[in-house]
Design a protein around this ligand. Structure first.
Ligand code: PAF
Length: 278
């Protein structure tokens, strides 16, 4: 595995790489990322290409500078996970390479799914503009054939899909299911900030999604999610059922239940397909 610290190193690697399957990350990797990399490595192998992980904590998608400053940085452990999961390259550029001083890096037009009322944009205005900006910038630099995104950030997955369809239709977006701890908590780089007490409390999020799956209507499911969370002492930012692709508030063939909530001072998100059939 090669660590590529700048665009020049990536360009030297490219002729040996074949088609690139890209795994976008901000580092602080865990078993959820490992599953993305393993999947990417398989896709790359089938194409005779290479799986490349990008590690870059993107400042433009944080609306809270304190959140950006405290984002965990664990590069040595990250490189070990990349290697054992089958990555051939890890691209770790500096901030100045991605956002060259004095140069404006284009923010693509935001797809409608980014600003659906009551979801991420209501709580983190500007977040998806930063995500789209950095994803497009990396796609332009790395020129992947496929990019693998986790389903845990469901709205991000839909935003990136819609943005990529318009801006770089040659890049395929491959989704991967959320990886959970044995007790149901969705894996996240932020889980390490939970106190022992809040770690137990956070289980109410996956429980609420599970219980809501058996309800007969979106309104009932939303009420039940609210009840389970409130009982655990969690006041959700949202706990809703939406169309899975557009995230519009209407009943459709394919729907998703989504929750965002602060547990202590840690913001967690999770989602599942709704309803749970069978
Ligand atoms: O999901 C993430 O880790 C980030 O939002 C991403 C896609 C790597 C962009 O910085």
């Amino acid at each position: 595995m090669e660590t590529l610290n700048d665009i020049a190193a990536l360009d030297r690697f490219r002729p040996r790489a074949g088609e690139i399957v890209l795994i976008p990350t901000m580092g602080a990797l865990h078993a959820g990322h490992a599953s993305l990399i393993q999947h990417g490595a398989k896709l790359a192998e089938a194409r005779g290409g290479s799986c490349v992980v990008w590690i870059f904590v993107n400042p433009t998608q944080f609306n809270d500078p304190a959140d950006y400053a405290r984002y965990p940085k664990t590069l040595d452990a990250d490189l070990a996970i990349c290697k054992s999961s089958g990555a051939r390259g890890v691209f770790v550029p500096s901030k100045d390479e991605i956002y060259p001083p004095g140069r404006t890096v284009r923010v693509p037009e935001l797809p409608r799914v980014a600003t659906q009322p009551g979801l991420e944009d209501a709580r983190r205005p500007g977040h998806f503009a930063g995500v789209c900006q950095v994803v497009l910038r990396f796609f332009e630099i790395v020129k992947p054939k496929v990019a693998v995104f986790g389903e845990k950030d469901w709205q991000q997955l839909q935003v990136v899909r819609a943005m990529t369809r318009r801006e770089m239709p040659g890049v395929e977006i491959a989704p991967m299911p959320t990886v959970r701890e044995p007790d149901g908590l969705a894996m996240s780089s932020r889980n390490r900030f939970l106190t022992a007490e809040d770690r137990v409390k956070a289980l109410a999020i996956s429980k609420a999604l599970r219980v809501a799956g058996g309800e007969a209507s979106p309104k009932r499911a939303e009420a039940v999610m609210g009840d389970v969370l409130n009982e655990a002492g969690i006041s959700p930012e949202y706990a809703v059922v939406r169309d899975a692709e557009t995230l519009e508030e209407r009943e459709t063939e394919s729907q998703r239940a989504l929750i965002a909530a602060k547990v202590g001072n840690v913001r967690l998100i999770d989602n599942v397909a709704w309803p749970v059939r069978g």
